[in-house]
Write a protein that binds this ligand. Structure first.
Ligand code: ZN
Ligand code: ZN
Length: 364
């Protein structure tokens, strides 16, 4: 699938909804539609305007050289913003006689208001037009995510070799980051989570200066990013002692929930059903009350995208989607365990991209 096919799919939406042009301005969606490599970062100011007969990409002087190079040989008409990006975009739309534009609902409210004011015509919401296309990855996207997952696994393995009591959470997080970036990760998919001992019961604990103590559960949630595509991996280990019976009981339960969730993944299955498989298993082990978050989420150009694997999700899993399966049990004051894998949805099942060991690792 080429980036031009993505643009053409978006044009089909325009046609169906009687909209003259789509104005796309969130970085991940622009990157997806243009297919431009080495142009986008999270703070890029840009706009992609797609109409039946043209497709334009606007950005400012900081990005223009890279954008022009990336656009060579494509259908994109790259335009440099002089003063105010969205003023110029709106003026061009008016000059073209465009009557209705569609915008993403995820743009900042101030931008939505600005464009609605400046553009004389009708503004509608193109909700999830691009996001829905992004949910189904092509072979090239799956390959990039697979390489990001492999690098993430390697970072986990690397850090296992240095874990010991006395090390601080920040030291571990820094080592993960240095390893991933030093081995080809473009920035990181997200700030790693390193949560030790009592902090491990807080699913998204901020990294602290706390020193790891003997017998701590240590949860690490990390992801590299390659060619724009994110990985997302969580493992929990025990540091400085053998696992206690209770730690082992919780670990085995979370692992069983992770494996049952993965086994339920297949194209055509409702995401809610997959969530229920893992959740019901934990509930049957009297641990359901300690699993408060959803089972998983889509991953791609953004680390959190569709589909949602959650109790109230209406999403249906599609072949080519990349999702996480990440059950957890968090017991306040005791600690927590989360095991997260990155999984590609296939017609008859799934393929797990994360290969890091899921045996209960005790570092003594
Ligand atoms: Zn994660
Ligand atoms: Zn995740």
């Amino acid at each position: 699938v080429s980036a031009q096919d993505r643009v053409d799919s978006l044009r089909a939406h325009l046609d169906e909804d009687g909209v003259d042009a789509a104005l796309i301005s969130t970085p991940a969606n622009m990157r997806y539609l243009t297919g431009f490599a080495r142009v986008f970062d999270d703070s890029i100011a840009g706009a992609a305007v797609i109409a039946p007969r043209y497709q334009r990409f606007y950005t400012d002087s900081r990005y223009i050289e890279a954008a022009r190079a990336a656009a060579e040989g494509t259908m994109w008409d790259v335009r440099q913003q002089r003063e105010s990006l969205f003023t110029e975009v709106c003026d061009d739309l008016k000059a073209d006689g465009v009557g209705t534009i569609a915008m993403e609902s995820s743009v900042p409210h101030s931008r939505f208001v600005f464009i609605s004011d400046r553009f004389d015509g009708r503004v509608v919401i193109s909700d999830r037009w691009v996001e829905s296309l992004r949910e189904v990855k092509d072979a090239g996207e799956l390959d990039a995510a697979g390489r990001a997952a492999t690098l993430t696994d390697a970072a986990f393995d690397h850090v296992l070799g240095m874990l010991r009591p006395g090390l601080r959470e920040v030291d571990v997080a820094l080592e993960l980051e240095v390893y991933m970036r030093g081995n080809g990760s473009e920035g990181l998919a997200f700030e790693p989570i390193v949560a030790s001992g009592p902090n491990s019961s807080k699913p998204h604990a901020g990294i602290s200066l706390r020193e790891i103590e003997p017998g701590d559960l240590l949860t690490m949630d990390l992801g590299a990013r390659i060619d724009g595509y994110c990985a997302d991996l969580t493992r929990t280990v025990v540091v400085g002692a053998r696992a206690t019976a209770e730690q082992r009981r919780i670990y085995e339960a979370v692992l069983a929930a992770n494996e049952a969730g993965i086994a339920a993944v297949r194209a055509g299955v409702s995401a809610r059903e997959v969530d229920a498989v893992s959740r019901d298993l934990l509930t049957s082990l009297h641990l359901g009350e300690y699993f408060g978050h959803s089972l998983g989420h889509g991953v791609g150009l953004q680390v959190h995208e569709g589909p949602r694997l959650a109790p109230r999700s209406d999403d249906i899993l599609r072949s080519g989607s990349l999702v996480t399966i990440e059950p957890g049990v968090y017991v306040p004051g005791f600690g927590g365990v989360r095991i997260e894998d990155l999984v590609a949805v296939e017609e008859r099942g799934s393929r797990t991209l994360s290969r890091a060991s899921k045996d209960l690792i005790e570092i003594v």
